[in-house]
Write a protein that binds this ligand. Structure first.
Ligand SMILES: O=C(O)CCC(=O)C(=O)O
Length: 251
């Protein structure tokens, strides 16, 4: 069993994020690294593998790497997700972010506002729509995002120097922010750098303001970003993928 930090659910509620070390073993990390390398070789011309000099993200990594999709069945992932979203939580999207000397990038403060869905359905309060790597994406109303949790699983040690995620604690509580509200929080909230060792994870609410710097050293930084939701979307909308977690109670 995984040792969760004290007040795990209260901390995520209050601050919008927390970190947990040793979620998966080094052997599991290596198996995932190998599976990703294989997928990158096999899908060289695939638009889901975006390129800026080198590969820096695999957009639909749960489709491309079956070993990553299978993480919804991992008991320790269920242990992280079920206390926050309940026993019927679904893995609804997976991305892989890579920072390396070949592809060093940063991203400014933002909230994760888009979800991936099976097909476009015009439902009130859902929009705007966009297509990314051939998949329909939409901005849902904030109450959908408030019942989601992202688990960022680290396949390398990740420190300030290799571009760790930075977050503004508590910013998820302000719902969807406009530019002025976001700037105000950037000026008034002290950022926290989420340093995590290989095999550890950052859990965060998608509405938490987050950013990351370009790496200043050459250490690679691979992160598997898994988005979970508490349940299905309002009909007729459907998550692009929806794999139920295997929690200790719904095996
Ligand atoms: O992995 C990172 O450093 C940030 C990625 C991110 O937040 C995004 O692309 O939305």
């Amino acid at each position: 069993m995984l040792e969760l930090p004290p007040n795990y659910t209260a901390v995520i509620e209050e601050r919008g994020f927390t970190t947990v070390e040793n979620v998966i073993s080094l052997a599991e990390v290596e198996a995932l690294q190998t599976a990703i390398e294989r997928a990158l070789i096999e899908s060289r011309d695939d638009t889901s593998v975006r390129d800026r000099g080198g590969v820096y993200a695999i957009r639909n990594v749960t489709e491309v790497v079956p070993e990553i999709r299978a993480l919804h069945r991992h008991p320790r992932i269920a242990q992280l997700v079920a206390p926050i979203l309940g026993d019927h939580a679904l893995l609804v999207r997976g991305l892989m972010f890579d920072k390396s000397p070949k592809s060093n990038w940063g991203i400014f403060w933002h909230q994760d506002l888009s979800i991936a869905v099976r097909q476009r359905e015009d439902v009130p309060e859902f929009g705007p729509w966009s297509v990314k790597a051939g998949i329909q994406h939409v901005q849902p109303p904030p109450d959908i995002l408030q019942t989601m949790l992202t688990v960022r699983l680290h396949l390398d040690d990740c420190m300030e120097s290799n571009g760790a995620l930075r977050v503004l604690p508590g910013s998820h509580r302000s719902s969807r922010l406009n530019m002025f509200e976001s700037e105000k929080l950037q000026q008034t909230t002290a950022p926290v750098t989420c340093s995590v060792r290989v095999g550890g994870a950052v859990m965060m609410r998608p509405l938490l303001l987050h950013s990351s710097h370009r790496a200043t050293d050459i250490a690679r930084r691979r992160v598997i970003h898994l988005e979970f939701s508490a349940g299905p979307l309002p009909e007729p909308l459907q998550w692009y993928s929806a794999d139920k977690i295997t929690s200790l109670t719904n095996k």
